[in-house]
Write a protein that binds this ligand. Sequence first.
Ligand code: HEM
Length: 153
Amino acid sequence: METKTDIQGREEIVVLVDLFYVKVRQDELLGPIFDDVARVDWDLHLPKLVAFWQTVLFGDGGFRGNPLGVHMQLVEKTAMDWPHFQRWLALFRETVDELFQGERASHIKSAADDMAHVIYSRINKVPDPRFDPAKLTPEQKARYTKYRPEASA
Ligand code: HEM
């Protein structure tokens, strides 16, 4: 049986990012957003996303960007609803699992999951679909009430 190894550094991230965006471009839901709506310059996008994930995993990718702002602009041109993010996440998980196995492989999937929830809810100005105030501990609830007094009524 083939044993997969974990993501070790930039080299593995390049492989992951390349394969992920091959899948994204072939996807009938997501492909057109990249190639027809945003008309992504792939020679720029791929290294940027390698830098992004290298920064998330290892802190040394040197990513400079504004993911929220970029996706916020997309909402004005095309639907960026939860089924789109679910598809994005499914392809991302599938790609990671196809290539790697281990602590960093798990971490990059849960980081992507968290970020998808945040980006989706912020750009569409809707609550995080995962967030249920009823499930907060009393301590979290006190903190939450401080920031969102209108939501605690
Ligand atoms: C429906 C889901 C998504 C779609 C359709 C989408 C699409 C795009 C597009 C079209 C761009 C702009 C490329 C360009 O013009 O250069 C972009 C940039 C980017 N995306 Fe996404 N994206 C999605 C979800 C995500 C998620 C969940 C993450 C993170 C986990 C992410 C991370 C990024 C980053 C880091 C950039 C570069 C931002 C920058 O240039 O500052 N995207 N995305």
